[in-house]
Structures are given as C-alpha cells and as structure tokens.
Design a protein around this ligand. Structure first.
Ligand code: SF4
Ligand code: SF4
Length: 509
C-alpha cells in the first residue's frame, strides 16, 4: 500500500496498540459505538445469532438439519447425510471456502471479521453490550476498575461475570449440540452427571474456553491469534475495499479552533445563499471571506478529536492506514460521521474505500486477481456440484475372486465367484440385491447371508454369478450389474464373467 501521511508515522508500526513498551497488555476500553453502521451490525447479529442458536433444534425427516459429529464421523448438512467416504466432497468444499474467503478479502477486505465472524458477533454484540449495560461506557468502566472495592463495585462485577459465565455455558451447549446433537446434549443436562461424565467434562472445558475468550482474550483473538488477519497483507491490494481514512481530505489534521469554525460556518451559509441567489451575502463580502480563508494555512477535515480511536475495539488509529488489527467493524466510520455532521462537513472521511479510491478517486474492485480467484472458484463449485449430484448412497465394488476361473455345474450353468464391497454412505441399514437388468437367466447366489450394509460402514462378502452355458458366446463377457438397495436402484457396476468359450469380448446389457 502507498504511504499515508500521519502524525505517528513510525510508532504504530513498531508495536501493537494492545501492548505497552514494557511488553504488558494494554486493556482496551472502547467507547460505546453508535450510528447507522452500528445499527446495521446489530440487525445482522440478531439474524446470525438466531440462526446459530436455532439450527440445532431443527430437524428434517427425523434427523437433525445440521450435525457435524466428528467423533463418530457422521455429518448431516441440511438433512443430507455424509459419511467419511464423502471426504473428497469435504476437501473440495474446504477449498471452495478458502478461495471464497480469499476472493472476498481481495475485493471487500476484512469485512467478514467485523460483521459475520462469531468471535466479533459475540464479543461486540453480546459480551461488550452486557458490559456497557452493567458498568457504563468506556470512562465509567475505567473509573470503576481503578476505584476501591465497594459493595456496589462488587455487585457489578459479580453480575457481569455471572452473565458472562451463563452465556458461555449457553454457547458451549450450542456448540456441542452441533457435534453430538441436541437430544444427546439434553441427556447430558438432565441425566445424573455420572451417566455422561465425558460429555459433562466437555461442557465444562468448552464453557471455560468461551469464557476465557470473551472475558479475557477478547481482541487478542483477532489481533494475534486468528491466522486470517495475518493473511490480509498478502490478500489486500490497492484496489481492495476496506475501512479507510481519506488522508487526502483529512490531512493535515488539526483542532478546529473557534474563529475557524465560525468562518467556515459563515462561508457555508454564504455559498448556500449564493446558490439560492439570495442577496444576503453580497459578492464583495464573499470575496473577502474567501481571501481570509485562503490566507490561512490549509487544514484537512480531520479535527483530531480522536473519537475514531476511542471507539475502536482493537485500539488502533485507522488514520495510520490499513492495519492487520483492523477488523473492519466500521465503528470508527460511525464516530467520524457524527463529528463531520457537527462541523458541517460531508460524511465519509472514514469510509469503505480502497487506496486507489482515496488517491485516484476511482473504484475498481474487479481486478485481474479477483477474476483469477473467481475462475478457480467457479471451476471448484462446478466440480463439487457434479460430484454431489452423481454421488450414490451405496458404493459398490464387485470383482472376480483372484485366482479363480469358472466352474461348470450339472444343471448347465457356468459360475464365477466374486468378492463384493458395499460402502454404505447413509444413516440406515440397506438390504442389497444384485441384478442384470432385463436378463433373467443371470443368477446371483450370495455365499452366506444376503448382502446387507449397516449405516455408515463398509460390508464385504462373496457371491456367485451364474449364467447358462448356452447363453455364453465369449471367453470373457463384460456384464453391467445393477445394485438395488431396499428395492431401489442405488448403484451400477461393471465386471467380467469367464466362460469356457474362447473368443473376443462382448458386453451383455
Ligand atoms: S473521528 Fe474523524 S475527525 Fe475525529 S480524529 Fe477520527 S478521523 Fe479525525
Ligand atoms: S479501525 Fe475502525 S473498522 Fe477497524 S477495528 Fe477499529 S473501529 Fe473497527
């Protein structure tokens, strides 16, 4: 990125805002944000939280709508059951996710972090709001923390921490219900602890983890732990949109002194009057006013009020340029817009824009890099869709038993022995029958029990295929076998049948 003029050119690059010179953590007390972007974020967070807490309760055909049981390798996504055999679909889905995030970041910067990421949603829209509600805004919180312990302070701290723990318990239960299902979680909650000791311990660990993240770690997750923030440096370019300070317009920054304020207001009124052809401001008076202003050193629109820094949940100064700590929460945009309105300046000194947007006043999000990522993304989505549509519930492998040739029986049949492998990708038992569609004289005789597959498992067995000798015209005959599961055609496979007649290959359909 290009050079951005700043009053603290070096300082912010030498250390992060949440660590002091001695290496100790600086606790961030962000001022409570307000404004239109904050309101939009609230609405987005209500929707996302409703989905997050509501999904585990939804079921389809008696199965949870979403289940990600990594312990028993059972996955249900929108009612569709996936087994470990669908691992390739997961790998491609993960690649799609990574490329989508890269593409999204190239174009829109780190907007995901501030608006959609569960860490930010819980931190800023749940835990932080509870804190504001109990302890007040940033300054009140600072004062409270510095004050002596009194009954009032004790009660506030107990109430806050109790609510934090309660919400952490709720998040832990929800998180676990995505893994083991809501019914299992309910059993852990209602049955005696001894019956689900493992589940209970998992709950306690997850609760502790979430409590630690939201009450202690906080912005450190975004600024030092999450790898996505680190990726910004390589993903963003000069056309990427991000929360950006318009340094062309804002610099040189400086306090708005009273006489300047008045002059500017006069000028604004004068121009307004001129536009409306009102003679309240004669041309001479306007000329003098312009001259006066011209003679003064140029001042940018930033009045250096520091509000954008005070509301920042990661404690940075966006005027130093795009930084990896910035989660694009847009709180500084709201704060600055409020100031701009008060000093009769257009909003958007801090806005969603690109470096080129600020310097060259042009926005071009569709760059060669974005086009390349999009092409890869479309190819991967196409591949994933094809594999998903052509995916069968039971995958069949039918191979002639190695080292065996054909056998002739007295009833005039030639038989070959086959080994089969059935990979059941569903969550139910499937009774399998083999058939060669339209040819009744081909007989399948399983050895032992008829082929049955249990849910999410691989079953192996052996089967004789028998064909009347007089129907065979070839030494090796290719046959296409249809596989029926619980009476429904579920798969097709191809194998070869050896007979006594020596000749070229032919396919029986
Ligand atoms: S809020 Fe706006 S005017 Fe105030 S310091 Fe930040 S950029 Fe400057
Ligand atoms: S700089 Fe602005 S957008 Fe970035 S984290 Fe701070 S307040 Fe949010």
């Amino acid at each position: 990125m290009g050079v951005i003029r700043t009053q603290d050119e070096k300082g912010y690059r030498d250390q992060i805002s949440t660590v002091d010179n001695s290496g100790k953590r600086v606790w961030i007390y962000p001022k409570k944000p307000k404004g239109k972007f904050y309101n939009y974020r609230k609405y987005v967070s209500y929707i996302l939280l409703t989905i997050l807490f509501g999904l585990p309760f939804l079921s389809y055909n008696g199965k949870p709508l979403v289940l990600l049981n990594v312990l028993e390798t059972e996955f249900i996504i929108f009612g569709i059951y996936f087994s470990p055999q669908d691992f390739h679909l997961f790998v491609i889905a993960m690649l799609i996710g990574i490329i989508f995030i890269a593409l999204f970041t190239v174009v829109y910067g780190r907007l995901f972090c501030g608006w959609v990421c569960p860490q930010t949603i819980f931190m800023e829209m749940v835990f932080r709001r509870i804190e504001y509600w109990i302890e007040g805004d940033a300054n009140a919180q600072k004062r409270l923390n510095k004050s002596e312990w009194t009954t009032g302070k004790l009660w506030k701290k107990i109430l806050k921490q109790s609510l934090f723990i309660l919400i952490s318990v709720l998040i832990a239960h929800t998180f676990l219900s995505y893994i083991i299902g809501i019914e299992e979680v309910w059993s852990i909650v209602t049955d005696p602890i001894g019956e689900h000791l493992g589940g209970f311990i998992a709950m306690v660990i997850f609760t502790g983890m979430f409590y630690g993240v939201f009450s202690v770690l906080r912005e450190q997750v975004c600024t030092t732990i999450c790898p996505y923030g680190r990726l910004q440096g390589v993903l963003l370019d000069e056309d990427s949109l991000a929360v950006t300070y318009d340094f062309e317009r804002g610099e040189p920054r400086g306090k708005l002194v009273k006489h300047r304020k008045e002059k500017k207001r006069d000028l604004t009124d004068g121009v307004h009057a001129l536009k409306q052809s009102v003679s309240a401001y004669p041309a001479d008076a306007l000329k003098t006013m312009f001259k006066d202003l011209e003679s003064e050193p140029r001042q940018g629109d930033c009045v250096d009020c520091g509000l954008c820094v005070q509301v920042c949940p990661t404690g940075i100064d966006i005027r130093n340029g795009v930084q990896l700590e910035c989660i694009n929460c847009t709180a500084c945009m709201d704060a600055c817009d409020e100031v701009m309105v008060k000093i009769y300046k257009p909003e958007g000194l801090i806005r969603i824009d690109s470096y080129n947007g600020v310097v060259q006043k042009k926005k071009s999000v569709w760059t060669a890099r974005a086009a390349a990522y999009s092409a890869v993304l479309i190819i991967l989505i196409g591949l994933e869709s094809f594999l998903f549509i052509s995916r069968s519930d039971v995958e069949t492998l039918l191979l002639r038993t190695p080292g065996m040739t054909y056998q002739t029986s007295e009833d005039g049949y030639i038989s070959n022995l086959y080994n089969y492998q059935l990979i059941n990708k569903t969550d139910m038992q499937v009774d399998v029958t083999f058939k060669v569609e339209g040819i009744d004289y081909i007989v399948f005789e399983p050895i032992g029990n008829p082929p049955t597959t249990i849910k999410n498992a691989t079953t192996e067995g052996a089967v004789f295929i028998k064909i009347p000798k007089d129907k065979l015209t070839e030494r090796s005959t290719k046959i296409e076998v249809q596989v029926y599961g619980n009476g429904k055609l579920i798969d097709e496979t191809e194998t070869s049948f050896l007979g006594p007649i020596k000749s070229s290959r032919k396919i029986i359909k």
